[in-house]
Design a protein around this ligand. Structure first.
Ligand code: ADP
Ligand code: MG
Length: 700
């Protein structure tokens, strides 16, 4: 059945080929449906008129009513503009037009009263509005105008192409008026009654032209639920299909290797660790391939979970691999774990970009004949010539540093699909995880091992550097070590390295040798120099480590109690939190010192305040998402959201999302293939939206 909403947007009266092109390039709108699903992102109360004297430069879109007292053309060539002065008895404002001067000049009559709609700004110390919408005050409102006016996502190009906000609303109206009755319901009546959802047709009318607040709220709720429900249904469906189609290797035994290392651990596992190991073990027994995301704050003890579960694979005659994003981290895993494995009979090896050719061959052979049980390494493990005899389990640490592509390559490593555990120390807000990794199961290490003293976080402006140095000296005298971290941002890499070098010089001046020893580590160094710097700090020979944010993911030095972050305003929330996690690992009170310039933007100030006020990674991740939007959260750029959300906000709509996910799960549990008559609507909608959704089922 053809659907009128699939029609090319150029056929909508009022659009035509030129505007169609514009809508496509500016808003990705190419069909009737696309247009219908561009919703106002704000509503302006039409009954409210501002007085010109009330304008203070902070206002968004407002309405004014007043008389035009002057119309004049000013400027030359490209700067040519029409300026009309509007007065309302409390003051005056300039209405400025750069396009369509003739037409507007003819329309605006001095002495007439007008209603003006636009966003005020300041220019040459005067308030003005650029390209406002102007109507005669006596004009009857078009029939579709309701008590509020929707503000659509407009761009300069759209306005120049004649698609102002008013025109936009008119197009929506045309579409709804001629085809509104053909809008087909996408949710079954039972579900709608259950969730108290209004019909789709009504929702689409009222989202564009609300009659009152209650109708608008009902429309928003309905559309959000539908959007999140189909997103979850689609993601969970992929998971159902995959887990049903691919049988997973079963690891029935808890054997000697697991028990040996478990007994040798220098600590008691936390309840959180025990719970997660149980969850993974249940997957190993399920007969289905595991795809699990393990989230745990820095220091929550993810390594122990990785190791113990890898030993389950070994106990059952399979190989395991533990992959890290950096050389430093792979080394650390290997060295830390190799010690625990001594005497266990488990063989392990390390493969990175630096592994020498001879050693490499031995490792390749060992992997192929199965004599290596646990393989550690970096991306090097993904190279084609690395072949496992029987890889049963792959752990990927710090998931977000691996691209989608690389994770997918793991699939082909073994004859059978290995179980996959992706570990991340960047807590992803639950709602985002459910959306990004909707087809993964999620485990959380939500408790730090006992005895950790929370890190104290302090903010110092540049002018108090002396005090910070004095504090560092005191800590060093007491036998502790200090990190000093500089931002490294790709666009200004050169400048950043200069800052780092200057900073290093300054530290050496203020902390002269031989009294103090300072090491430096950054990405421009040769691996040998990097190792040297790292070693100096890890062994305790160096008191201070000056570094770029590379240390973000590496380094476990319990004796380091101070983390000084230079230009802290340039780091994102999650990154600051990540860096802070490098201290507070030992028995001593630790400190994180945020150095910033004196003047901070409001945004930076909020970030700094946030990080000083809490140590909870999940709280910070949620805040980060609220401040920057889901698209900018560390780790999501590569993967991207699987779909574009039109109306839902993952930061604000988590209750709806949870409900949508529960509902989708229930639907699939009763009809996994969506083949029963009751599911026909679902199946139809999924087919329709599938073209918009990237298939992530093969990612990790
Ligand atoms: P992350 O989750 O950041 O990878 P790690 O696995 O590196 O954390 O663990 C951080 C530190 O905590 C390590 O020194 C580790 O030995 C220690 N640790 C892990 N689990 C426990 C525990 N249950 N009790 C005490 N210390 C633990
Ligand atoms: Mg770790």
């Amino acid at each position: 059945m053809t659907d009128v909403f699939d029609s090319d947007i150029k056929y909508l009266p009022g659009v035509g080929p030129a505007r169609a092109k514009l809508l496509e390039s500016e808003l990705n709108v190419s069909t009737f449906r696309d247009l219908l699903y561009i919703f106002p992102f704000r509503y302006v109360d039409r009954s409210k008129f501002y007085r010109i004297s009330e304008i203070d430069g902070t206002l968004q879109y407002i309405q004014l009513r007043g008389k035009i007292t002057d119309v004049a053309v000013a400027g030359q060539s490209r700067g040519r503009r029409l300026v009309a002065t509007l007065e309302d008895g409390t003051g005056s404002i300039d209405l400025v037009f750069f396009q369509g001067l003739k037409w507007i000049a003819a329309k605006l009559k001095v002495g007439q009263e007008y209603v003006v709609f636009g966003k005020p700004s300041v220019f040459n110390e005067r308030f003005n509005m650029v390209h406002p919408e102007v109507d005669l005050a006596t004009d009857n409102n078009p029939e579709y105008e309701t008590y509020v006016r929707g503000v659509y996502p407009g761009t300069e190009k759209l306005r120049n192409g004649g698609i102002s906000n008013k025109v936009f609303a008119k197009l929506e109206y045309t579409l709804l008026k001629s085809h509104g009755m053909q809008i087909r319901e996408t949710l079954p009546p039972g579900l709608m009654a259950d969730k108290n959802l209004c019909p789709l047709r009504e929702a689409l009318v009222f989202i564009h032209f609300p009659l009152d607040n209650a109708k608008l709220a009902a429309a928003q709720y309905r559309l959000k639920f539908e959007e999140l429900f189909y997103l979850q249904l689609s993601l969970l469906r992929q998971k159902f299909v995959r887990t049903r189609a691919s049988s997973g290797i079963v690891f029935p035994k808890v054997g000697p290797h697991f028990n040996y290392v478990y007994g040798k651990l220098p600590f008691e596992l936390t309840d959180a660790q025990k719970r997660v190991i149980k969850e993974i073990r249940a997957d190993f027994l399920s007969g289905r391939q595991m795809n699990r995301l393990l989230q745990g704050d820095v220091g929550s003890g993810k390594t122990a979970v990785a190791l113990l579960t890898a030993l389950l694979a070994v106990d059952n005659g399979y190989q395991a691999c533990i992959m890290a994003p950096t050389e430093v981290l792979a080394n650390q895993h290997y060295n830390g774990i190799a010690k625990l494995l001594e005497g266990s009979g488990v063989t392990c090896a390390l493969l990175t970009g630096n592994t020498k050719a001879g050693e490499r061959e031995t490792i390749h052979a060992g992997l192929e004949d199965g004599s290596i049980d646990i393989m550690f390494g970096t991306h090097a493990l993904l190279e084609d010539n690395v072949v496992f005899k029987n890889l049963g389990y792959a752990v990927i640490d710090e998931q977000h540093r691996f691209g989608v592509e690389q994770r997918a390559r793991l699939w082909v490593k073994g004859k059978e699909l290995p179980h996959v555990l992706v570990m991340t120390a960047t807590p992803i807000p639950r709602t985002l995880a459910m959306t990004l990794y909707g087809d993964l199961d999620v485990s959380v290490l939500d408790k730090l091992p006992p005895g950790r003293i929370p890190v104290q976080t302090l903010h110092f402006p540049e002018s108090r550097r002396e005090a910070v140095y004095a504090f560092m000296k005191k800590q060093i005298k007491a036998g502790r070590q200090v990190f000093v971290v500089y931002p490294l941002i790709e666009e200004s890499e050169k400048m950043d390295y200069k800052n780092l070098e200057d900073g290093y010089e300054m530290i050496k001046e203020n902390f002269p040798s031989p009294e103090y020893v300072t090491a430096v580590v950054h990405g421009k160094q040769k691996p040998a120099d990097k190792d040297f710097g790292m070693q100096a700090f890890e062994s305790g020979r160096a008191d201070i480590l000056v570094a770029t944010s590379v240390i973000e993911v590496g380094v476990d030095v319990p004796n380091a109690t101070v983390m000084v972050i230079e230009s802290a305003e340039r780091f994102g929330l999650s990154q600051l939190h990540q860096l802070r996690g490098r201290v507070g690992r030992g028995a001593q009170q630790s400190y994180c010192i945020l150095m910033t310039g004196y003047k901070l933007s409001r945004e930076s100030k909020r970030r700094i305040e946030m990080i000083c006020s809490t140590n909870d990674g999940f709280e910070i991740a949620e805040a980060d998402m609220r401040m920057r939007g889901p698209g900018d959260i560390a780790g999501t750029q590569q993967s991207g959201l699987a779909v574009e959300l039109h109306i839902s906000d993952l930061a604000k709509d988590s209750p709806i999302l949870e409900d949508a996910r529960r509902t989708a799960t229930l639907v699939l549990e009763s009809d996994p293939a969506l083949e029963k008559p009751a599911s026909s609507l679902y199946a139809r909608e999924l087919r329709r939206i599938r073209k918009d959704i990237t298939d992530y089922s093969q990612i990790s």
